[in-house]
Design a protein. Structure first.
Length: 180
């Protein structure tokens, strides 16, 4: 079963989180959520939110965690990291859209399994679990908890105080990506 923390960030909130994440990691790598091939090159900067899956990335500590297991997703025709078999953290980034701040989350599967043997569960390393808890703990210490149980970054709180609205989901029209 996975664990998560949900949050809203705005402006420098994201930059400040990544500065803290780099300090709490041995060698932080940010990976795209999907790739046309099996190779996930670490990003030097975050992808634009408007890019396909730009709001969604994987965090991997190369110094402390084994290489991520990659799998092919036939229906969408791309490769992605298998979060059940890998010691990665899924980051769904918070972002603004039409005066609404869309909620983000950090999520990790702390007890894993492999596609070829889903009944065989295993605990992920204590180092990985500690790293995940340090990142979620940073958010809990530096953000304000909302009555709904989410966390609001300092600049996200200012955004809300200026009349910005918080949204759990982006209700933008769905666009189907067709690859030829």
């Amino acid at each position: 079963m996975g664990q998560q923390v949900n949050f809203y960030w705005y402006g420098d909130d994201e930059r400040n989180f990544f500065a803290a994440a780099r300090q709490q990691s041995g060698d932080l790598h940010v990976l795209r959520y999907m790739s046309p091939d099996e190779h996930f090159e670490p990003l030097t900067e975050l992808p634009p939110i408007a890019e396909p899956a730009g709001f969604h990335v994987w965090l991997w500590d190369q110094a402390e965690c084994s290489a991520p297991v990659v799998r092919w997703v036939e229906q969408q025709r791309y490769f992605t990291v298998d979060p059940s078999a890998s010691e990665v953290i899924e980051l769904s980034r918070s972002y603004e859209r039409e005066g609404h701040l869309i909620r983000g989350r950090l999520w990790a599967e702390l007890a894993g399994w492999r596609m070829e043997a889903p009944a065989e569960r295993f605990e992920k390393s204590a180092t990985f679990q500690k790293w995940f808890k340090s990142l979620t703990g940073w958010i809990k210490r530096h953000y304000t908890k909302t009555p709904e149980g989410w966390y609001l970054g300092p600049e996200a709180k200012e955004f809300q105080q200026r009349g910005g609205r918080l949204a759990a989901t982006d209700f933008a029209p769905v666009v189907k990506i067709v690859r030829h």
